[in-house]
Design a protein around this ligand. Structure first.
Ligand SMILES: [Cu+2]
Length: 267
């Protein structure tokens, strides 16, 4: 059974190594986004990069309330089809089955074989005390002090991957939108680490702009006005071109990762 864990991180660097190690113990591949942490999160991520399927840094000025929808679209676009089960704890949470005598992974296998599509978890607080055994490597094994968080409704943190269905995307008409005009020269925008570079590109009217995706996940370059240009999906390692004739300043974004923004100035 293939399990994928999602971690959205913000300034919980002291717990992050345990969270990553725990999901790995429970046989999950991990997609991690760090939302502009200012503590040692980046250092922990760098140290544990080999344990992570994906680690991306999302700028802190990206709206927190857009983060979950953006991650959801990212998951649907890139991962949901390849996995059987998704676990999406808060980054300071350890997901466990109903009994600690079995691993979370073993509980997931049981649920996966049932008709259930998701799991609700009671919200339990834990804390470290001197009575905990620091020689136990597994954090949940180490922590012995739990209490049920009062007045807190159970939360869904884990579900069948196929229950996350792609919403129909508006198909992009063609790979590029171009008005007839003599192309004068060409220019390039590259995408690396979820960023368009240069952030603002200035070209002459009719210039063919090549957008190259150096990431390991698909992106688009889509004008915010919804009509001037849309590359459609640019697969990892490939390029698409945009040609715009009408002079103006065109803000654009990636439809899969709405926090990715760029500007094309056509003179
Ligand atoms: Cu993107």
């Amino acid at each position: 059974m293939k399990c994928l864990g999602v971690l959205l991180c913000y300034n919980d660097g002291d717990l992050l190594a345990d969270s990553i190690a725990y999901l790995r113990e429970q046989r999950h591949d991990i997609v991690l986004w760090d939302h502009g942490s200012t503590d040692n999160t980046a250092e922990v991520v760098a140290r544990m990069r080999g344990e992570l399927l994906e680690a991306s840094f999302i700028p802190g000025d990206f709206d927190f309330y857009e983060l979950y929808p953006a991650m959801s679209r990212h998951m649907i676009e890139n991962y949901v089809r390849q996995y059987d089960w998704i676990s999406w704890p808060d980054q300071d949470e350890f997901l466990e089955g109903p009994s600690r005598s079995r691993t979370y992974y073993d509980s997931l296998v049981e649920v996966s074989d049932s008709d259930c599509d998701w799991i609700e978890f009671n919200n339990v607080t834990y804390w470290f005390t001197v009575a905990d055994d620091p020689s136990v490597a597994s954090a949940p094994g180490r922590i012995r002090h739990y209490s049920l968080f009062p007045d807190c409704a159970p939360r869904i943190r884990s579900w069948r991957a196929s229950a996350t269905r792609p919403s129909p995307r508006t198909p992009s008409s063609t790979g590029s939108s171009s008005q007839p005009s003599a192309p004068s020269s060409s220019d390039a925008v590259t995408i690396s680490n979820f960023k368009f570079s240069p952030g603002t590109e200035t070209v002459k009217s009719g210039t063919k702009v090549t957008v190259t995706n150096n990431d390991s996940t698909a992106h688009t370059a889509t004008s915010n006005d919804g009509s001037s240009f849309d590359t459609g999906d640019i697969d990892p390692g490939s390029s698409k071109t945009i040609t715009v004739s009408k002079p103006g300043t065109y803000a654009y974004h990636c439809t899969i990762h709405s926090f990715m923004h760029g500007t094309l100035v056509v003179q």
